[in-house]
Design a protein around this ligand. Structure first.
Ligand code: ADP
Ligand code: MG
Length: 340
């Protein structure tokens, strides 16, 4: 990237790398020097590859937002306060350069980063012959209770924040629009915009995650590959099974209008569709009132969708699904599968 690389890093430094809490040395030296001030550090990394994880025509603003949001969502699921990020950018050479692209990218990044006080502390910038690829490492701090996947207990309730399925419905729409395989459905402009906003700019539930951990919740994960797929990770790690009421899953007004009373659509979007970035929590019913108070203070919906049952005698991960109190067989696909 030669000269362009340093100009680009300088742009990132001056716009996104301003001194942040606990940053002793940020962008500009060989490594960032960060001070967790005696707290526990949690770290996560996610990579987005052009044409695989995002459409090549995505707005740089939305790309930056989403790349950062998916990482912050992982910190939220641990109950952490988000603090610092590292950004690796692999950019295909472009005739037009990255001036305007970078402006828009930084605007999207800072819109989210400033909301949560996250500082860009370093990274790497290279050119590539392959697709545009972004890797972000996010670092957060926790005090005592770290929420994890292997601590669900029989008798726990299962809760979900916000609403599920909007992004998956928007993806169906976007795929059909691009002539790719997806389910088509009639949709007004206003509905489409609401769903698309959820797909492009998910909200990491950081405040809620931190507050839930402080309330004593010790089992959570974020929902990125589909509710059923992600819940099954909790069940497997904890050696338990669960009963879930499909009709209890929280839907936005827009998705409710589109899904109606059709259990197939409920299975396709909120149950197994991906990219929600909501939190799934498992915790005893005694925490219910405290969690609802936290959610109300954040104007966030928190919905009980089922319960954790005793360990399955045959050792297999199992979910019992109901629809209007009748049992319903599980769909063949539980969510997004990472092909490798
Ligand atoms: P080195 O060659 O020592 O690895 P670089 O020239 O790659 O250093 O990077 C110089 C500084 O710029 C480092 O502090 C690095 O963390 C930062 N940096 C490089 N690329 C990015 C990026 N995409 N985002 C944030 N910081 C970056
Ligand atoms: Mg160096």
């Amino acid at each position: 990237m030669a000269g362009g690389e340093f100009a680009l890093i300088e742009q990132l430094r001056s716009r996104l790398g301003k001194a942040g809490k606990g940053v002793r040395l940020g962008i500009g030296d060989d490594a960032a020097w960060l001070d967790p001030a005696g707290r526990q550090l949690v770290a996560t990394m996610d990579t987005l590859v052009g044409d695989r994880h995002f459409f090549p025509d995505v707005r740089p603003y939305d790309l930056a937002w989403k790349a950062l949001a998916v990482n912050l969502s992982d910190l939220a699921a641990m109950g952490a306060e988000a603090r610092w990020c590292l950004l690796s950018l692999a950019l295909p050479l472009r005739a037009a350069g990255y001036g305007a692209w970078m402006e828009d990218f930084m605007a999207g990044w800072s819109a989210l980063a400033e909301r949560y006080g996250v500082t860009l502390a370093g990274g790497d910038t290279v050119s590539t012959d392959g697709p545009l690829t972004l890797s972000i490492t996010a670092l957060g701090l926790v005090d005592q209770c770290v929420m994890r996947r292997d601590t669900a207990q029989p008798g726990d309730m299962v809760w979900v924040t916000g609403s599920l399925g909007d992004a998956a419905a928007a993806l169906d729409f976007a795929l059909v629009e691009r002539g790719q395989e997806g389910q088509s459905f009639p949709c007004s402009v206003a509905q489409r915009e609401a769903l698309e906003a959820r797909r492009l700019r998910p909200t990491p539930r950081l405040e809620f995650g931190e507050a839930a951990a402080a309330c004593g919740v010790c089992c959570a994960m974020d929902c990125s590959d589909g509710f059923l797929a992600d819940l099954s990770h909790i069940l497997e790690a904890s050696g338990v099974h669960a009963q879930i009421a499909l009709d209890a899953l929280p839907l936005s007004r827009e998705l409710m209008d589109l899904a109606g009373e059709d259990p197939e659509r409920w299975q396709r979007w909120p149950l197994t569709g991906g990219d929600d970035y909501e939190l799934i929590l498992c915790a005893p019913a005694t925490l219910s009132a405290a969690l609802q108070r936290v959610a109300a203070a954040l104007s966030l919906r928190l919905t009980a969708v089922g319960s954790i049952l005793s360990p399955n005698p045959n050792g297999q991960v199992a979910v019992t699904l109901t629809w209007r109190d009748q049992s319903l067989s599980l769909p063949s696909s539980w969510g997004h599968v990472h092909a490798l």
